[in-house]
Design a protein. Structure first.
Length: 459
């Protein structure tokens, strides 16, 4: 945070200095282009008026007159043809002036020193207190010829303005720096708050405190961060629940197997008991095997690996084949099965879709009532195939319907408790349907039955 804060201040101050230098360079160029000729013209007029007045008033004392002029804000330099020099007013910082210039002015020419003052990058000619930076005019007084060089006494004329401008500049710079210091703190503060929240999140505390009423980009960032924290919390809860469910589902068949193998080891058990225990152990092994198979499938669906091996195949034929496999279980439970299954070819992964139909049909059998019924029909509408499984089984409450696609969720009613299952089947179904860009809808009513509709794109 410190570094960002310091960086921000250094960059802003750097920007201020750069702008100041550019502003100066631009104003200086403007002075040389526009103001300098105007200034030269203005001072030439003044110099000529002074010379004319001196010429027209031969009785006046020239020295006193020029002294008076200097007192109203001019620096003057007077030289005659013999080289006698007089300065009036504030002294020039640099008094050098080529002798030829003086001769030219004595010969009647006007010297435009202000206009031709050399252009320098960081020196504004306006302030250069040099004899070269003057206007030179010939002056005649009492029959004697002089050269008069004048320039405005900037210090005298603009002295207060100088101080005034100096103060404005100083105050502007100091106040800007102060405001940058305060503003930077204000800008950096949300970042440090966010850093704190990130650290707290990394330490496993999902209840991060990021209250903000801002609706700018920072406010949006806080909102997104909170959403992310909530999602992470949900995922962490799901992960914990998943692990606890898996542990339970693996542990319970294992302890059953252990218990029954111990019983089998006893010499005193009868042949019937032995057969019964072996059958229980087999059933528990089947449960474990189906659980691990489902977990492996879910893991690869989760990793979104390229497990889809799509091809064109006839889902009508596939579902009819599956019905044949379940015929025995259907008749054992005394269920009535009716179907309308035309041949429809779709593009999909046959093995994954077989898992979908298998789960839906086995659920319709498992959660059905004795002598209940199952209906299966397929129809193609537009580019979509609708596969519907209807059963007159136990049905589910609306709360259960909301949760059946969650991993390990099993509606826990007195009737379903005894039915074997892992609670993973429908979450696998939902993942596979999603992978095929399809959708699944469930309608169910307790003690009346359930309807599962799968929509799949044909291509
Ligand atoms: P499993 O059948 O292994 O328990 P599933 O994920 O297939 O797991 O189903 C989740 C839960 O949804 C089941 O435990 C059951 O409570 C409910 N369920 C699924 N299909 C039906 C159905 N056809 N009729 C009533 N309940 C069902």
């Amino acid at each position: 945070m410190r570094t960002l804060y310091v960086k921000f201040i250094v960059i802003t101050t750097g920007m201020m200095l750069t702008s100041f230098i550019f502003a100066f360079l631009i104003s200086n160029a403007y002075y040389h282009q526009k103001i300098k000729p105007f200034n030269d013209k203005k001072n030439t007029t003044v110099a000529l008026k002074i010379a004319t007045f001196a010429n027209e008033h031969p009785d006046n004392n020239l020295g006193v007159y020029l002294e008076n002029i200097s007192e109203v804000g001019y620096q003057l330099y007077l030289v005659d043809s013999l080289g006698n020099e007089h300065y009036f007013g504030e002294t020039f910082r640099d008094k050098s002036l080529p002798a030829s210039t003086k001769v030219h002015v004595l010969n009647g020419e006007i010297f435009h020193g202000i206009l031709h003052f050399p252009r320098e990058t960081f020196v504004t000619g306006f302030f250069a207190n040099e004899l070269r930076n003057t206007i030179g005019v010939p002056l005649k007084h009492n029959g004697k010829e002089y050269a008069l060089f004048i320039r405005p006494d900037i210090k005298f004329l603009f002295g207060e303005l100088h101080v005034f401008l100096g103060w404005i500049l100083l105050l502007a710079i100091s106040l800007t720096i102060l405001m940058v210091l305060i503003n930077t703190r204000y800008l950096i503060k949300p970042i440090s708050t966010l850093t704190k929240a990130t650290k707290s999140l990394a330490n496993g505390n999902y209840k991060v405190d990021l209250a903000s009423k801002r609706d700018d980009e920072i406010g949006q960032l806080f909102q997104s961060f909170l959403q992310m924290a909530r999602k992470l919390e949900l995922m962490e809860d799901m992960r914990k629940e998943f692990i606890s469910n898996i542990s339970h589902d693996i542990q319970s068949p294992l302890s059953n197997i252990k218990g029954y193998t111990n019983l089998l080891a006893q010499d005193s058990i009868s042949r019937e008991e032995k057969t019964q225990y072996v059958s229980i152990i087999n059933s528990e092994i089947r449960r474990l095997s189906s659980l691990t198979k489902q977990l492996l499938l879910l893991a690869s669906l989760d990793r979104n690996e390229n497990i889809m091996k799509k091809k064109c195949f006839n889902i009508g034929e596939q579902i009819k084949g599956l019905i044949r496999n379940y015929q025995w279980a259907i008749s054992e439970k005394g269920l009535m099965l009716s179907y309308s299954i035309p041949d429809i070819v779709i593009m999909g992964d046959p093995s994954l879709l077989e898992t979908v139909w298998d789960n839906l049909l086995s659920n319709a059998i498992k959660y059905n009532i004795p002598n209940g019924s199952i209906e299966i029909f397929i129809e193609e509408r537009g580019n979509t195939v609708f596969v519907t499984f209807v059963d007159t089984g136990l049905g589910m409450s609306s709360k259960a319907v909301d949760r059946i696609f969650e991993r390990f969720y099993r509606a826990d009613t007195s009737r379903t408790r005894s039915i074997e299952g892992t609670g993973l089947g429908l979450s696998i179904v939902s993942s596979i349907v999603k992978l095929h860009n399809g959708a699944i809808t469930v309608k169910s009513k307790e003690r009346e039955g359930s309807t599962f509709i799968i929509e799949l794109p044909v291509k």
